[in-house]
Design a protein around this ligand. Structure first.
Ligand code: SF4
Length: 716
């Protein structure tokens, strides 16, 4: 246990710089130690004015992050044989012995396919890289997935399908250069606040030069600032996009010859768009034809159209097709590969992008490689120092497939790290039942008392952001080195170091002999050479000296000369260099409303809270702003359901029911109700929104449709 001690890699500095560990905007933070002998005892946080992505701005979450760091921390490994026993504190030696013995036993009896890991966009890239190497390389199973599956895997598969590769092609400067910004399926004001403030400032400064168009069934702080708000019915995003395509053709905004030179599939797409007349589209979307025509006219007249989206698009049974539907419009109208234009997915988590780069989903390998390509597997095997064939060619299990495998009794070990799936997965009662049948659940976690800890046998205390050094990539492909500036509590250790220790104990001493996170990153960066997500010119040293950099950043690139935009030459990483237009008919919701469950429940976030609140619940200011979950319901629906403001409602779906206080508001469209997703079973105000959601997902991205389920609402 001498090796990789966080103490050797994180001497406490006088001040530090880091990327905010909350959302995918990836703001730069400057941190200073608490004043000696006084004050509140927290590190002080302010925006890093030198950080090119955020220019000194922060939101309430980033500004208060230091208040969460010491609250309710795990400081020693915990173990219990049975879930009905209390945990006992044990040594790392015993914890790792138990874990490694069980891994060996499962491998011998059932094969490595009976082991699965579920990681997190909270991981640093170094954590992701070593976890992936352990599971896919050392164990030889591709059962490594991450909670990014719930967040943006449809964006990954949509980019790959349409543009030949993952990789958001835009950058934040495009917010200042676009003359039209379409925000679809994103409440950017609450979920990516610093980016939204940047847009808002520009809107105030140049009111006429920027058109903001919002597509969302709810009126939100985002739509309040919009020139046009299309409150479409949930599940009709792709219908709307095809309707815009129809009108772009009608308006002459598409040049078939130019499109054919850079993309395949235009005749098929044009034929499909022809069928989506404004009358048909507006009837299905539940909007006025004038609004649709205005959106199309603004798009057609713009010199730079930027589309922003997040989970409202991605969390859908047709998530990949909807992402492709957005990209179709950009390819057809020439709004891509130039300043102020392009399809720009905003990632939810601080390092979901780094996870994609490190191969942190079941079908991926580092450097945007695939387990399905023999040459990719061979390259990574060589780089990792494993023999040919070590990486399996078989599909790994996505997170919902891991749950289903537990139901069938096929998993002997489920290893969860830096995430709280017992709040964030859909159909929670089914998840609880499945996990209860898994013989060994291991949890790497920083905070005590999470809902997932309640189902774990072995808990490994993790050093979190601030206590470990490493890099994260934000939504605009900018890589920031986050310095370690505090000591972890007790015996907590960085996730990458835990995974490396397990790798060595399994006999792979050479492959996991890292002395520092900088060494891990150097190994990762080298294998990205020549790939679209090229980090090979980056190192901890360069990032510490010159600050955050955007990839592609090949070896030899001078600091500050990463590439802000992709596809600027309209040559795409496909066999013939052309992008693909995707003609797919809309399917609608996975579970449409009916007579028994007549309303559509959609879920989302509150500005101050982060995910399952393991951190933000400790911030007094945030708790005061969002003291409890509220069911938003339209006055007409409230009357039909016999509900008054503040009454307790029972919301039920085919999978369960929750009770929650009612907020009557005309800011949500009739037929749709809204719940925040933050509150899990461990909270005083428990309201498990995801208990109600179904598990159907996009067949391509395997991302569950967490944004919509059919429900009934009654007075409780
Ligand atoms: Fe952190 Fe996101 Fe807020 Fe920036 S916008 S401070 S990254 S939570």
């Amino acid at each position: 246990m001498e090796r990789d001690s966080p103490c050797t890699t994180c001497p406490v500095p006088a001040q530090a710089k880091a990327q905010c560990p909350y959302c995918g905007v990836g703001c730069g933070l400057e941190l200073k130690p608490p004043a000696a002998g006084g004050g509140h005892g927290f590190w002080s946080v302010r925006g890093d004015r030198q950080h090119p992505s955020s220019l000194g701005q922060v939101c309430v979450k980033g500004a208060t992050v230091a208040e969460t760091l010491d609250c309710n921390r795990l400081s020693t490994p915990l173990w219990r044989e049975q879930r009905d026993q209390p945990f006992e504190a044990i040594s790392w030696e015993r914890a790792l012995t138990i874990l490694v013995e069980r891994i060996r036993a499962i491998q011998a009896e059932r094969g490595a396919g009976a082991i699965a890991m579920y990681g997190s966009g909270q991981f640093l890239t170094e954590d992701y890289y070593v976890a992936n190497k352990l599971i896919k390389g050392a164990l030889g199973t591709n059962n490594f997935d991450a909670n990014s599956r719930l967040c943006m895997s449809s964006a990954v598969s949509g980019y790959k399908l349409s543009l030949g590769s993952d990789g958001p092609p835009c950058c934040y400067d495009d917010l200042d250069l676009a003359d039209t910004v379409v925000l679809i399926g994103t409440n950017t004001a609450d979920c990516h606040p610093v980016l939204f403030q940047r847009l808002l400032k520009r809107k105030r400064r140049q009111k006429e030069a920027l058109q903001l168009i919002v597509v969302d069934p709810r009126a939100t702080a985002t739509s309040d600032a919009a020139d046009l708000h299309l409150a479409i019915r949930p599940g009709t995003d792709l219908v709307l996009l095809h309707g815009v395509g129809h009108l772009l053709l009608e308006l002459g905004a598409v040049d078939p010859g130019r499109v054919a030179a850079t993309a395949d599939g235009f005749p098929e797409l044009a034929a499909l768009w022809q069928g989506w007349t404004p009358e048909r589209v507006c009837a299905l979307c539940g909007i006025e034809e004038e609004a649709l025509r205005r959106l199309a006219a603004v798009w057609a007249a713009s010199s730079g159209v930027l589309s922003l989206w997040s989970m409202g698009v991605n969390q859908s049974v047709e998530g990949t097709a909807t992402v492709a539907g957005i990209i179709n419009l950009h390819l057809a109208s020439g709004q891509i590969g130039k300043p102020g234009a392009g399809p720009f997915s905003l990632t939810g988590q601080p390092n979901a992008m780094g996870g994609r780069e490190a191969g942190g989903l079941a079908a991926l390998l580092p450097g945007y490689r695939s387990i399905h390509e023999a040459s990719h597997r061979a390259t990574i095997e060589r780089h990792w120092g494993f023999p040919p064939g070590a990486i399996s060619e078989r599909d790994g299990l996505s997170v919902w497939e891991q749950i289903e495998a537990m139901e069938r009794g096929e998993l002997g070990l489920w290893w969860v790290a830096a995430t709280n799936p017992l709040v964030s997965l859909p159909w929670l009662d089914r998840v609880r039942q499945a996990v209860a049948s898994c013989p060994l659940v291991v949890l790497n976690e920083a905070y005590a008392g999470t809902e997932t800890e309640a189902v774990a046998h072995l808990v490994l205390p993790a050093a979190q952001w601030s206590e470990k050094e490493g890099v994260m990539t934000n939504s605009e492909r900018r890589v920031t080195l986050s310095q370690a500036f505090r000591q972890p509590p007790g015996e907590a250790r960085p996730d990458w170091s835990i995974f490396a220790e397990v790798g060595r104990r399994l006999g792979f001493v050479e492959q996991f002999s890292y002395g520092s996170p900088a060494e891990v990153y150097a190994e990762f960066a080298a294998i990205t050479s020549g790939r679209i997500c090229d980090h090979s010119g980056l190192s901890h040293g360069l990032l510490a000296e010159h600050g955050p950099q955007q990839w592609p950043f090949p070896s030899g690139t001078a600091a500050g000369h990463g590439q802000p935009r992709l596809h600027t030459q309209a040559i795409y990483p496909t066999a013939n260099g052309k992008a693909r237009l995707v003609a797919q008919q809309p399917l609608g919701l996975g579970e449409p409303p009916d007579a028994n469950f007549p309303l559509v429940l959609t879920v989302g976030r509150y500005l101050g809270h982060w995910h399952t609140m393991t951190r933000t619940i400790h911030v007094e200011r945030v708790r005061r702003s969002h003291p409890e979950p509220l069911l938003e319901i339209h006055p007409a629906d409230a009357e039909r359901c016999n509900l008054d403001e503040g009454a307790l409602a029972r919301v039920s779906s085919r999978r369960g029911a929750v009770s929650v206080k009612v907020q009557i508001t005309d800011r949500i469209r009739p037929g749709t109700v809204f719940l925040p997703m933050h509150w899990g079973a461990a909270q005083e105000q428990a309201c498990e929104a995801n208990r109600l959601m179904h598990a159907l997902g996009c067949p391509v991205s395997k991302q569950p449709e967490l944004k919509a389920a059919a429900v009934r609402v009654e007075r409780a």
